[in-house]
Design a protein around this ligand. Structure first.
Ligand code: ATP
Ligand code: MG
Ligand code: FE
Length: 332
C-alpha cells in the first residue's frame, strides 16, 4: 500500500509518502516565527500549520512521483501535542480521506518516533529498548512489538530537550537551543564544570534540579567575573551536555542490564545530539549491544515516521473513522 503521512503536533508541518518498504518523500516545513519568542507559541503554530499543510502535502506527493489517486490510506498524528496544531493535521487528514474516499489511520506521535527505526535497515528486533528523548518527553520504552510498548521509565519533571532548551535560554542563546548546545559543546571540555546527577529511583529521570543548579552556577560566576558565560561558552555547553547525556545513558544501561536486552535504540529530537549518539555507540561497543540511531531527518519531528507507523497499522487493518478528534495527551 501507498501511505500518506501527516504530522503537525508541534511546530513542524510535515507530509511524507511511504510505499512498501520505501520512503518516497518526506517534506518538513519548519516554523521560524517562534524564534522571536524564545519558545513555541501555540496560537501562532496552528496558524502557520494552516498555511503550510497544503503545500507540504502537494510537495510530498509530487516528490514521491505518485498521483494522489495512488494513495491507499492517510495516516496522521492524533496526539500527543499542542491541540491547535494537532487539529490542523487531523482536520486535513479527514478532509483528504473524505474527498479521496480513503481509510484513516491514527498514529501516536511518541510511538512513531520509535517506529522511525523501521524506515531504514538495519531494523531492531523485538523486544528492544528505546530511549525516547524529545522536547516534551523522556522515556525508556520496552518495545515488545510494533504497537505493544511499555514505558518503564519517564521524567518526573522536565524533558531532556526542555533541559537543553532552558539551559540555552539561561546562556542567552536563541530557541531552539538543543542544536546550539551541541554545536558549542563540540569545541569545549565536558569535564570543565561538574553539575550534579540527581538520585532518582528506578529508570526515572529528573532534570529540573539540574536546570536550577545551572542557573545558580551562571548567576554566581557572572556576578564574580562579568563575561563568564561568553568567555567559557564552549566549556559550559560541553559540561551541560555531558551531564544530560550521562543521566540518560546511566538509566538506559541499568534497564538494559536488568532486562538482559541487547538491541538498544534512540529516538526523538534529542537523539540528534552528537554527544548522545557517540555515548550510546561507545556504551554499545563496551556491552556488545546492537545500537540503533535514526538518521538525522527522522530524529526531530517528521511525517516519515507517521507514514511508516501508518503502514504497519494498515497491515493489521487498524483504521479509525471520521469522528476521530485530536488528543493533547495520549498515552500508548
Ligand atoms: P515531543 O516529541 O515530546 O512531542 P517535540 O516533538 O517538540 O516533543 P522533537 O521535535 O522530537 O520534540 O525534539 C525537539 C527537541 O530536540 C528540542 O528540545 C531540541 O532542542 C532538541 N534537539 C534537537 N536537536 C538537538 C541536538 N543536536 N542536541 C540536543 N538537543 C537537540
Ligand atoms: Mg519542533
Ligand atoms: Fe516529537
Amino acid at each position: 500500500p501507498v501511505i500518506l503521512g501527516i504530522e503537525s503536533s508541534c511546530d513542524e508541518t510535515s507530509a511524507a509518502v511511504y510505499a512498501d518498504g520505501v520512503m518516497l518523500s518526506n517534506i518538513i516545513a519548519n516554523q521560524t516565527i517562534h524564534e522571536a519568542y524564545g519558545g513555541v507559541v501555540p496560537e501562532l503554530a496552528s496558524r502557520v500549520h494552516q498555511q503550510n499543510i497544503i503545500p507540504a502535502v502537494q510537495q510530498a506527493i509530487s516528490n514521491a512521483k505518485v498521483s494522489k489517486n495512488d494513495i491507499d490510506a492517510v495516516a496522521f498524528t492524533r496526539g500527543p501535542g499542542l491541540l491547535g496544531s494537532l487539529l490542523v493535521g487531523v482536520s486535513f487528514a479527514k478532509a483528504f480521506a473524505l474527498a479521496q474516499n480513503l481509510p484513516l489511520i491514527e498514529v501516536n506521535h511518541m510511538q512513531a518516533h520509535i517506529l522511525a527505526h523501521f524506515i531504514d535497515e538495519p531494523k531492531p528486533t523485538f523486544p528492544f529498548l528505546c530511549l525516547t528523548v524529545s522536547g516534551g518527553h523522556t522515556q525508556i520504552v520496552l518495545v515488545k512489538d510494533f504497537f505493544d510498548m511499555e514505558v518503564i521509565g519517564h521524567t518526573q519533571d522536565d524533558a531532556a530537550g526542555e533541559a537543553m532548551d532552558k539551559t540555552s535560554k539561561i546562556l542567552g542563546l536563541p530557541y531552539p537551543g538543543g542544536p546550539l548546545i551541541d554545536k558549542h559543546a563540540r569545541l569545549g571540555n565536558p569535564k570543565a564544570y561538574q553539575f550534579p546527577e540527581p538520585q532518582i529511583p528506578g529508570y526515572n529521570f529528573s532534570f529540573s534540579g539540574l536546570k536550577t543548579s545551572i542557573l545558580y552556577f551562571i548567576q554566581k560566576n557572572e556576578a564574580a567575573t562579568p563575561g563568564f558565560v561568553q568567555n567559557n561558552l564552549a566549556d559550559i555547553c560541553a559540561s551541560v551536555e555531558h551531564r544530560i547525556v550521562t543521566i540518560l545513558l546511566n538509566k538506559l544501561s541499568k534497564a538494559a542490564l536488568d532486562l538482559g536486552i541487547k538491541d538498544i535504540a534512540l529516538a526523538g529530537g534529542v537523539s540528534a545530539n552528537t554527544g548522545l549518539r557517540q555515548g550510546l555507540q561507545e556504551l554499545g561497543a563496551k556491552h556488545g549491544w546492537n545500537t540503533f540511531i535514526p538518521r538525522m531527518e527522522y530524529c526531530t519531528d517528521n511525517a516519515a515516521m507517521i507514514a511508516v507507523a501508518g503502514y504497519y497499522k494498515f497491515l493489521k487493518n487498524d483504521f479509525t473513522d471520521q469522528h476521530v478528534a485530536p488528543l493533547a495527551r495520549m498515552p500508548f
